[in-house]
Design a binder for this molecule. Structure first.
Ligand code: NAD
Length: 356
C-alpha cells in the first residue's frame, strides 16, 4: 500500500517561479538593473506593434542594448511566427528576450526560449499570467501543441500595475475572468495542494475585488493593483496545480468550433463550476468563502453579472444544433481524466446553461 493511500493529505510541491519585481513604475525604473542582473547586452524585444508604439519610451534608456524588435506576435503562437522569431533571435545573436505585452508576446518569447534556451524578462500588460508559468503552446494548422519546460519559464518578471492602466474595459474584464478561471480550475486540479489552494483563494479574492473596483471606476488604481497581483497568483496556481474540467471543456469547444478564447472561459465558467462543485463540495467551499456565501457557481455568476462580463456560447458563434455533437465530444472515449464520469446528460445540461 502506498503512503498516499493511507494519508490522503500527503503532498509534495516545488515552488518555483521567476524573480518578481512588483510595483507601480518598476517597468520604468528597474528594467536596466534587472537586465544587468541577467548580464544581458543584446536584447530582442517581443511585442505587438501597438505595445511598441505606446511603450517604446521604456526602452530608450537601454540604447543599443536593444538589437531588434519582433512585432508579429499572435495569439496561440502559430508555428510560422515561432520559427520567424527564433530565426531573428539567432541571426541577431541575442543573449536575452524581453517580452512586453500580454500572453501573446510572452508566448512568442517562450517559443524562442524552448529551442535557444535564452533567458526571458517579461513586462506583462494584461492579466493572462503566462509570465509565471513554464507552460508553452504553439499552433500548427488548427492544432495547439502545449507542453511544460523550465526552459520557457521567464527569469524575471517586472509586474507593474501601471502597464495595465490603459487596458480597455472589455479586455480587462475577460483577461481577469480568464485569470479567475485559473484559480477555480486549480482548486479542483489533480496537482492541487493546500499551498496552491491558498494562492487560488487569495487570487480569486483579489481578482473579484479588482473586477468590481474597475467596474465602478476605470481610473481605480487600487483595482488595477488587485488585478495585477491576482493575475500573478492565478498564473502561479496554473503553474503548480494545473487545470481541471473547466479548462478541458474550453479547450475542446474553442478548438473544435473556433470560439474566442477569453469569452469562452466566461461563458463556460459558471456552468463548469456547478459540475466541479457537485463533484467536490469541500473544494468548492474554499473558493465560495471569497466569492460569496451562496456557493461557488452562484458566486461566480453574480460576479460576472455585476461586472458586465457575462458571455453566452450562442453569441460566440456556436449554433444550437451543434450542442449534441459538443456533448458527445466532451464525454467521448479517450478524453482526459478530468472529464471522467461526466455523463452525456450532464454535459448537455452544462452546455445548455453556457449557451444561454
Ligand atoms: P494578447 O496578448 O493577445 O493581447 C490581447 C490584445 O490586447 C492585443 O491586441 C494586445 O495588443 C492588446 N493589449 C495588450 N496589453 C494592452 C494594454 N495594456 N492596453 C491596451 N491593449 C493591450 O492576449 P492575452 O489575453 O494577454 O493572452 C492570450 C494568450 O496567452 C493566449 O494565446 C493564451 O493561450 C495564452 N496564455 C498562456 C498561458 C500560459 O501559461 N502559457 C496562460 C494564459 C494565457
Amino acid at each position: 500500500m502506498r503512503a498516499a493511500d493511507t494519508d490522503p493529505g500527503r503532498f509534495s510541491i516545488t515552488l518555483r517561479g521567476p524573480r518578481l519585481v512588483y510595483g507601480e513604475t518598476v517597468a520604468e525604473t528597474e528594467l536596466t538593473s534587472e537586465l544587468d542582473l541577467l548580464h544581458a547586452e543584446r536584447v530582442l524585444v517581443l511585442s505587438s506593434a501597438r505595445e511598441l508604439a505606446v511603450r517604446g519610451s521604456l526602452l530608450a534608456p537601454l540604447g543599443d542594448r536593444i538589437v531588434g524588435h519582433f512585432t508579429d506576435v499572435r495569439r496561440h503562437v502559430p508555428q510560422a511566427v515561432a520559427d520567424a522569431a527564433t530565426d531573428l533571435a539567432r541571426n541577431l545573436g541575442v543573449d536575452c528576450l524581453l517580452s512586453m505585452g500580454g500572453g501573446s508576446a510572452v508566448g512568442t518569447a517562450k517559443a524562442i526560449a524552448l529551442t535557444t534556451e535564452l533567458p526571458i524578462i517579461a513586462l506583462p500588460t494584461t492579466y493572462a499570467g503566462s509570465e509565471v508559468t513554464p507552460v508553452y503552446g504553439i499552433t500548427n494548422a488548427s492544432t495547439k501543441r502545449t507542453g511544460r519546460s523550465d526552459l520557457v519559464l521567464p527569469r524575471t518578471v517586472l509586474l507593474d500595475p501601471a502597464m495595465t492602466w490603459d487596458l480597455p474595459l472589455d479586455l480587462t474584464r475577460y483577461s481577469a475572468v480568464n485569470a479567475l478561471a485559473h484559480c477555480v480550475s486549480g482548486i479542483f486540479a489533480r496537482g492541487r495542494s493546500p499551498i496552491t489552494d491558498l494562492l487560488a483563494a487569495e487570487g480569486a479574492r483579489l481578482l473579484s475585488r479588482g473586477l468590481r473596483g474597475i467596474t465602478e471606476s476605470f481610473e481605480n488604481r487600487g483595482a488595477r493593483a488587485d488585478l495585477t497581483q491576482g493575475s500573478y497568483l492565478a498564473g502561479t496556481v496554473l503553474a503548480h496545480a494545473g487545470t481541471s474540467l473547466h479548462h478541458t471543456i474550453c479547450h475542446i469547444l474553442g478548438g473544435t468550433f473556433d470560439l474566442p478564447h477569453a469569452e469562452t472561459h466566461a461563458a463556460v465558467l459558471p456552468a463548469a463550476s456547478a459540475v466541479l462543485q457537485e463533484r467536490d463540495p469541500d473544494a468548492a467551499e474554499r473558493l465560495a468563502v471569497v466569492l460569496g456565501p451562496s456557493g461557488l457557481s452562484t458566486g461566480i455568476n453574480d460576479l460576472l453579472e455585476a461586472v458586465g462580463a457575462v458571455a453566452r456560447l450562442r453569441d460566440l458563434g456556436l449554433r444550437k444544433t451543434e450542442l449534441p455533437r459538443a456533448a458527445n465530444l466532451l464525454t467521448g472515449v479517450g478524453q482526459s481524466r478530468e472529464m471522467a464520469g461526466l455523463s452525456v446528460a450532464r454535459a448537455s445540461q452544462l452546455l445548455e446553461e453556457a449557451w444561454g
